[in-house]
Design a protein around this ligand. Structure first.
Ligand SMILES: *Cc1c(COP(=O)(O)O)cnc(C)c1O
Length: 240
């Protein structure tokens, strides 16, 4: 890869624009620490991740295990932190813990248990930092089953369970603003759930919220981690 090819220039411009938005929103909210930017690289090639790494980004998000395994393998020479942000099946836990620094989509006890078991198996061979786990919360006012996050009423017990598991670190909460709704309303609700969580688990201060379309609203309501894809990398196939 040529270090200053045109794609790198394009990524630099878009990254700078997003960083500017983040800075403005943080200032408007009177925040002194800017949230952590995670670039969601799903559907985009490993070379783009390498380009962004050359621009100073080290945190990347992926939502499918196979794609994340491939990319993290191709980029093993870089000090990247991979964030798994997609729906997770227990049978993928073993694979995910091989590359993941954090999992943002823990939404039921079975997943937490599978991740803990996988980290323990991995630890027998080597040492690793505890796996940071965000509990994904479903912010829909009328949730259809438990897809895409734990119900707000179940967050407390899931957090208690997760906090007891060796090898996992309860990092906080994650949510996606429901389609079509007001993201400010959703992120205000998330902030309330986070306040209840930290009253019991004071270290679990993370709030992973905010995507390309709603990062300003997320920052206003206390997001500590932003997951930005398309506004930096461009569009991707519709089924992302
Ligand atoms: C794809 C994805 C993102 C990034 O969304 P953009 O709208 O492209 O910024 C963030 N979070 C999750 C869970 C995702 O799947």
């Amino acid at each position: 890869m040529h270090r200053d090819d045109s794609r790198t220039s394009q990524l630099r411009e878009r990254l700078n624009a997003v960083r500017l938005r983040i800075g403005k929103a943080a200032a408007a909210a009177g925040r002194t620490t800017a949230p952590q930017l995670i670039v969601v690289s799903k559907f985009h090639p490993a070379e783009d991740v390498r380009r962004l790494a050359s621009l100073g980004v080290l945190d990347f998000g992926e939502n499918r295990d196979q794609e994340a395994t491939e990319k993290s393998g191709l980029l093993g020479d870089l000090p990247l932190r991979w964030h798994f942000v997609g729906q997770l099946q227990s049978n993928k836990a073993k694979s995910v813990v091989r590359y993941a620094h954090a999992v943002h989509s823990v939404d039921r006890p079975q997943i937490a248990g599978a991740l803990a078991k996988a980290v323990a198996a991995q630890l027998e061979g080597s040492s690793r930092d505890p796996l940071k786990c965000f509990i994904q919360v479903n912010l829909d006012d009328h949730p259809q089953g438990h897809r895409g996050g734990a119900l707000p009423a179940d967050v407390g017990s899931l957090a208690d369970h997760l906090a007891e598991l060796e090898g996992l670190e309860l990092a906080g909460l994650m949510a996606v603003a429901p389609l079509g709704g007001d993201p400010r309303k959703a992120f205000a609700k998330l902030a309330g759930i986070s306040a209840s969580l930290t009253s019991v688990h004071p270290q679990a201060t993370g709030i992973s919220a905010g995507m390309s379309q709603d990062l300003e609203a997320a920052i206003e309501f206390g997001a500590t981690h932003l997951r930005i894809g398309s506004d930096i990398l461009g569009s991707r196939p519709a089924l992302g």
